[in-house]
Design a protein around this ligand. Sequence first.
Ligand SMILES: NC(=O)c1ccc[n+]([C@@H]2O[C@H](COP(=O)([O-])OP(=O)(O)OC[C@H]3O[C@@H](n4cnc5c(N)ncnc54)[C@H](OP(=O)(O)O)[C@@H]3O)[C@@H](O)[C@H]2O)c1
Length: 325
Amino acid sequence: MTQEAVNPIPQVTIPPVEKSHGVLALGCWAFGGGGWGGQDDDLSRQAMQAAYGSGMNHFDTAMAYGGGRSERLVGAFIADKRDQVYLATKGNTPKATAQDIRDSLEESLENLQTDHVDLYYIHWPRAGKDMKPVLAEMEKARDEGKIRSIGVSNFSVEQMEDVSSVCRIDANQFCYNLYWRYPEDELMPYCREKGVAMVTYSSIAQGILTGKFGPNPTFPEGDGRRKMIMLQDNVWPKLYELTEQAKGIADEANQPLTHLAIQWVAAQPGVTSVLLGARNADQARENAAAMAEPAAPEALDRLTAIGDEARRLVPDVGNIFQYYP
Ligand SMILES: NC(=O)c1ccc[n+]([C@@H]2O[C@H](COP(=O)([O-])OP(=O)(O)OC[C@H]3O[C@@H](n4cnc5c(N)ncnc54)[C@H](OP(=O)(O)O)[C@@H]3O)[C@@H](O)[C@H]2O)c1
């Protein structure tokens, strides 16, 4: 895909956006500790401070991140700057009932020390369950002013269509990065057509696209990357080689690969927000600076070619975590 092809479509904004926010957003999953082999709260606070100080004011968390731990940390951090922060969180719906989402929302509001969230997502669809009661309850919460915009996360086109009779979906949050491009086939064209904002997660492939992992990366107990599809034995050796090539392109462009990979996601048509996790201040600062020096379109085109190769290596297993709730 050339840059010419990606430029004509303007960036969608999440309606209604009452606060200005840039394209980069802070992902707060790791602050919960779970799935990341633990995390120090002080480092999380420093990461938030660094991100906010560098101009990131869209914070993305979820009830599921450490069972509210991430939300509580975010809530405490934003308490004195709530009006300046675009706040997004996600609800837990194990039974997929209206009561489920209502209970989850009320708990999130308490954790986040606020009376409303700017964007509230249903975190995952539940296999075999009708999600309409959940989305209908979210519309009620919007009427009450507790939610400004409604999002779904990890929903397919079919699943979005299914619930569209009971709610207006403003945003979809899904995995998208240079090495996970399956959303380009159906999901992204659908979102563009319907004017649904696109929020990308694992935008740097959980650290892979910083270029920091060697040929045999190891992770602590409890770090979910042990199961991540791109790091499996049948995929990683070749993907590692591609990543080394990508680092060469970044070197030639005189930019860190992290910045180039983030710019690549942000340049794709219709992408509204690029979520970036950070476990400490240095990572947050480096990620926040990703758009400062726009790379030449040729460099991003060369990355696209790497992504085309990666697509042949990474099997479509539904999601990168191999998680099927
Ligand atoms: N809706 C969903 O189902 C869903 C799923 C996943 C994520 N999300 C959201 O999206 C956010 C971002 O996704 P993600 O956390 O999965 O992946 P990511 O942003 O692609 O990667 C984040 C991880 O990469 C490493 N890292 C980040 N910046 C770095 C840098 N500059 N240099 C070196 N290492 C760096 C850190 O881990 P290490 O230091 O441990 O390597 C960090 O935790 C999450 O925080 C969450 O808010 C949502």
